[in-house]
Every structure is written in C-alpha cells, then in structure tokens.
Design a binder for this molecule. Sequence first.
Ligand code: NPG
Length: 369
Amino acid sequence: MEIKNVEIRTIQLPLVRPFRTSFGTQLSRELLLLKLTTRDGGEGWSECVAMSEPLYSPEYTSGCQDVMERFLLPAIFERGDVRAEEVAEILKPFLGHQMAKAAIESAILDAQLKDEGISFGSYLGSSRELIDCGVSVGIANSIDELVKEVGLYVSEGYRRIKLKIEPGWDIEPVRVIRETWPNIPLQVDANQAYSRSDYSHLAGLDPYDLLLIEQPLDEHDVLGHAELAEVISTPVCLDESITSLQAARDALALKATTIINIKPGRVGGYLESVRIHDLCAENDIAVWCGGMLETGIGRAANVALASLPGFTLPGDTSASSRYYHRDITTPFVMDDGQLRVPQGAGIGVEIDHDFIEEITTARKIISAP
Ligand code: NPG
C-alpha cells in the first residue's frame, strides 16, 4: 500500500459531564484525527489518544503532531509500499511517542483491512460479537453526587464500575458505593496518586471486595507495586507502567501486577496490544481494555480488541452517550451492558464527515513526496 497523504485534524468535542481524575479535570476532549489516503484511492482513519497536556503521559496533542510531521510520517513515506505489520519496526529508531506511532499504525491498518475486506476484530483475533462494558466514574464534588452518578450508570446496565481515587477521596467513597451496591463488580483507579508510604492506607480498601486497584504508584515505580501487592489483598493492576510488551514481561516477572489494562495508544498500537494479550494469556493473567475518552473511531478499534479471548474483565469501553452528546461515527449503543463488535471492513463504522468538519479547530495535510 502506498500512501499519498495523511490529513491531521485537531478536533474539540465537549464531554457530557466533567471528568475529574487525580491528574486534572477534562471538560472537553481535544484530540488528533488522522485520515490517510492511499495512491489507489483507499482511505484509513484513526485517532491519536494523547491529551492536550502531558498530564497522563509525556505525550500531548501538538507534540504528537510535531513528531508525526517531522519524523514518523517521513520515515513511513520513505518506505514507499508499506503494511501495518512493518510500521513498528520502521518507527523504532524514534524513541517513545507510542501514541503518535499507534495512530499512524492504526490508520494504515484501517486502510489495509478496508482494502482486503477484513474487519479489525477478525484481523486481531476476536472470539465474540459482544463485549461487556464497564464505566469509569470521575472524582465527584460530594459522596451524594457520586452515588447519583453511579446510580445512573448502574440503571443503564453497566457491568462494572470503576471509581477514580486520590488521597482524600478513596476509602469513604468506596465504602459507600460498596454498601449501596453490594454485588456490583467494582474497581478503583489512582493514576499514580500514591507513594510508598501509603501501603497501609491502601490496605484500607481490602474489605470492599474490589476487582483491582489500578496504578496506585508512579509509573516508574514497578518495584513499589510489587511490594504493595505483598501487603494488600486487593489485586494490583498496572496501566501507565505498561508501555510495551517488554514492560509487561518485566512487571509480571517482578510480580508487580496480576492483571493488566491494555491501552493500544499507550503501548504503540493494536499489534503490540495483541502481543501483550498473548503473553498474558500464556501466563493466566487477565487483561481488560482501557479507555481514553475515545470518539467512535478509536472506540471501534478498542471494542474489536476487547473481543479477544483473553479480555475476560469488562473494559473502559462505554457507550458513546457516556462521553458525548453526538459522536463522530455511528454511535456505540449499549444493550444489556454490552456493545456489539463492528463487523464491517477495517474499523467498520460510518464516519460523520459533516460533524467532524464542525468541530475541527485545525487541519493540515502531509503529503508523501
Ligand atoms: O471510559 O474512556 C473512558 C475513560 C476511562 O478512566 C478512564 N481513562 O486513567 O485510564 C485512565 C483514564 C484516562 C482518561 C486516561 C483520559 C487518559 C486520558
């Protein structure tokens, strides 16, 4: 497949409600959309999941655009005929920048699969047509507001609730939600907000039958997570620390994690995600698909990934309406707590071009020489 050009758009999409985490509050989602055109008229779409500021990871939207324009896309163009399976190797000399790399690989994969008439799900190794949905609930202004928001999601049918926690907002909200819904699968996500002096405080979550605690410590503190796992009974799950297959291998060897959150953007793409899935399956480690407030474009690919056999826990793969009043694709609608895996070629969803035009704040076409 020879690429003619890649259009990089910045879009800005308001969220249905503010989303507060230990690293800040999001009122709307800014992200980059890639539309790739091939020399024979094919098209591939992807989204780059980096946020507008480097608060969750070192990557951020304008940095991603810069590295794509100056380094990553020129290297891909230089190869000429390219397949998605070759992208990681071509881009390897450029260190880091997993989210930017993932976006390029995904756009190429979408164009390639559309050309071959294969869906993302079949290509990645999907084993089911429906996936279980979880929902991630931000830090609220009060326990009452939290109970209201969780109640809304429970009544909509979500099969698992994840609460964002941070120091000062942890044991008490968890206790109240657990007492209100004694049987709901419940987990927490700290986004690195704790330190090695908090082990005994975090043990205070143990009575509440949580599925897991996600990334309590700094992303570089893999050993700290192993120490914590020895002293608390809630299973430890890594997110930010897992930036590659190698990082996953090391974290498992160190016993720093017994469950892994796979986010394709964080690990450099869907192909690396499948390799991490396979590693975990071989080692009886459960995985689940994380989310980064994706639009329908990223969601379509995530839902396909979440349908692989090793994804045994509900992911942060919620319905479009949990995030946006209007999505940029045919919306993902939840039925009985599940989403349907798109079956069409490539990511398999219709793009709402008019709406994308309306919410575009910048646009640039990078052409192959
Ligand atoms: O449902 O997409 C979703 C949100 C899930 O909590 C969620 N994502 O830390 O995992 C996270 C968090 C996040 C959101 C991370 C945006 C980075 C950006």
